[in-house]
Design a protein around this ligand. Structure first.
Ligand SMILES: [Zn+2]
Length: 388
């Protein structure tokens, strides 16, 4: 899925809330004491009227407030996604059906729900009333079907212990269980670069229905893109090893990342991540001469093994299946010594960086019904070299 012009035109069908009229916030002039002197009073009243007219001329004020909210939420999401300590567990991101974000010192925020990979509904303005830390940005990850439905209907109550809980963090709860995620919503507060679970109680109410379709560079469109990107960012938890096999479109083993990229683009493996669109499903491709080519960035979720998208995908160019490539006529039948060496070094570096156990380095065939990376792939030797 990607953000096509057609998709932007069809935003009506993506409306988050329905049947709610737009509630505009009136401009309220500051209360100024009026002196008794009538002349001064006249000038002041005129000034007040002018100010009032000026402010109403900026009838766009609600729109500006709306855009300002979108800009603030976009900045918060981008900052968390770009942080090296993205501590919101992958499991929370994967299960999230809707996100509510309320900037610090504001009662108004946004809500959006996922439609499909890379596609979130138009962010709609919401009002949060209740208990929260006002100096921090509030993020609510809505996990429950019932809660997502309530939010879409315009009112989500976060009162009962089962409906809302403090969000767990990756460094304090590295292995989450279903019990950790068995809540309607999980709450986090963001203060500068720091993020933590939050104690929250309150109600989220829709504040508007969607207006006309936004322009291409509208803050709303940028926020929508940031939302997709945010939920495609992972903290890698392991490695899945692949061989490229023969690409059906080329009828040969690829010799370059670009060949894999076009093949995966045709297969629709696109992901929007850090503001860019990537096609290649793997994070790395290792060529027979040992050259390591980068695919999608390490912290963008992969598309190389369903259910294991928080694992880094490394593909070794070749077809190592004795069934598919018995004589080596379809390309390299075993990895070259240089490929092996490069693979071992890469696995060591990634394991050190993301600190996962050796058991989390697996073959594609260990997690999916496939022969990949082929029976001639020297898995045991590679693993023992990585451990050395
Ligand atoms: Zn594979």
């Amino acid at each position: 899925m990607r953000y096509s012009e057609e998709k932007l035109r069809n935003r009506k069908s993506l409306a988050l809330f329905s049947g709610n009229s737009i509630h505009r916030v009136r401009n309220i002039l500051p209360q100024v004491p009026v002196p008794r002197n009538s002349q001064f009073r006249g000038v002041l009243l005129l000034t007040t009227a002018l100010l009032s007219s000026c402010n109403s001329h900026r009838s766009s004020s609600p729109d500006r407030q709306r855009n300002a909210t979108f800009v603030k939420v976009t900045a918060t999401l981008d900052a968390i996604a770009n942080s090296e300590d993205n501590v919101i567990p992958n499991a929370v991101l994967n299960r999230t059906k809707c996100l509510v974000a309320v900037p610090a010192n504001a009662g108004q925020g946004i809500a959006s729900c996922i439609e499909s990979l890379n596609t979130w509904t138009r962010p709609a303005l919401i009002t949060f009333t209740g208990k929260r830390s006002p100096q921090s940005d509030l993020l609510l990850f809505v996990l429950g079907d019932k809660e997502a439905k309530s939010l879409r209907s315009g009112r989500l109550q976060l009162q009962s212990p089962q409906s809302i809980s403090r969000g767990p963090l990756m460094h304090t709860r590295p292995a989450l269980t279903d019990a950790d995620l068995n809540f309607g919503s999980l709450a986090y507060e963001v203060h500068g670069k720091a993020i933590d679970g939050a104690s929250v109680q309150g109600t989220v109410t829709s504040a508007e229905s969607n207006s006309a379709s936004p322009e291409k560079n509208d803050p709303e469109v940028r926020l929508q893109r940031s939302l997709a990107s945010f939920f495609n960012v992972i903290t890698p938890v392991g490695i899945i090893l692949h061989h490229t096999a023969v690409l059906p479109t080329l009828e040969k083993v690829p010799t370059d990342k670009r060949e894999v990229d076009s093949f995966h683009q045709a297969k629709g493996f696109d992901v929007v991540c850090f503001g860019h669109e990537y096609h290649v499903a793997y994070h790395y491709l290792i060529l027979p001469d040992g050259d390591v080519q980068a695919g999608r960035p390490e912290r963008c979720q992969g598309a190389h093994a369903p259910g294991y998208n928080a694992y880094l995908g490394i593909s070794v160019a070749g077809d190592f299946s004795s069934k598919d490539n018995p004589t080596g006529a379809r390309g390299p039948a075993v990895p070259t010594p240089r490929q092996e060496q490069a693979l071992v070094q890469l696995c060591r570096r990634l394991r050190e960086k993301y600190k996962f156990p050796i058991q989390r380095i697996m073959r594609h065939s260990d997690v999916s019904p496939t022969q990949c990376p082929g029976d001639r792939f020297p898995f045991v030797r590679i693993l023992s070299e990585v451990c050395r």
